[in-house]
Ligand binder design. Structure first.
Ligand code: 13P
Length: 249
């Protein structure tokens, strides 16, 4: 179902102390938000259980940053979708640009992970986005279309209910540069038409924007008709900034 979501991607940051202090500061203000926004906290997998304990009794949901392409077995260092669900998380990022760029994840890997997530009843947050070179070469739309159509090739029917897409232009991640709200809206519109072409219930799929979202640019981005919230990196590690972003959704 299309709903407004704001997700906090902590990336490889945090500690038990941070879980205690940050979730402690977020719990009350985010539980009492009256704008209907769903909040998802996505810590490093090792802290999922600690965050889960700290979130007990709130409406905040929990996710992980990556899952394995396989069910179970001899895959040292990997974490299966079923384990993520077992630990109490409901969402998983898949295909974040850092995974694609630093770990060589391909669209085929992404498609396999999407299947794993859906099999374990996790909601997928599929991350897509073009590099600066691709944008300057006029390829942004095509790159994003390919990532979505290949990554979601195995999704059909009810599966679409468990898919969220996060458009994160690579050049905007951690750089302080953000797409203008008009450019972000244009790409989100294009993603929604692609979803319709793919046979998805396009108006029901939540589309998030990510890349240097801060308290001072969040409201303008979230006000766009096809932007249903955000995937927040750096600013999600600061309680006051993250609360302000969630309030503007
Ligand atoms: P920043 O908000 O730090 O730019 O990170 C965005 C991101 O990659 C979230 O997944």
């Amino acid at each position: 179902m299309r709903r407004t979501l704001v997700a906090a991607n902590w990336k490889m940051n945090g500690s038990k102390d941070l879980v205690q202090s940050l979730i402690g500061e977020l719990r009350e203000p985010l539980s009492s938000l009256d704008n209907g926004v769903g909040v998802v906290i996505i810590p490093p997998a090792l802290y999922v259980s600690d965050v889960s304990e700290r979130l007990a009794g709130t409406s905040l949901a929990l996710g992980v940053q990556n899952i394995a392409r396989w069910d179970s077995g001899a895959y040292t260092g990997e974490i299966a979708a079923a384990m993520v669900a077992d630990a109490g998380a409901r969402y998983t990022l898949i295909g974040h640009s850092e995974r694609r760029q630093l770990f060589g994840e391909t669209d085929d890997d992404v498609a396999e992970k999407v299947q794993q997530a859906l099999n374990s009843k996790l909601t997928v947050i599929l991350c897509v986005g073009e590099t600066l070179e691709e944008r300057q070469g006029g390829l942004a739309g095509q790159v994003v279309r390919n990532q979505i159509s290949r990554g979601l090739a195995g999704v059909s029917g009810q599966g679409w209910q468990s898919v969220v897409i996060a458009y994160e232009p690579v050049w905007a991640i951690g750089t302080g540069k953000t797409a203008t709200s008009d450019d972000a809206q244009a790409m989100h519109r294009e993603i929604r038409s692609l979803l319709a072409e793919l046979g998805a219930p396009a108006d029901d799929v939540s589309l998030l924007y990510g890349g240097s979202v801060k308290p001072d640019n969040a409201a303008a981005l979230f006000a766009q008709p096809d932007i249903d919230g955000g995937l927040i990196g750096g600013a999600s590690l600061n309680a006051q900034d993250f609360i302000r972003i969630c309030q503007s959704a």
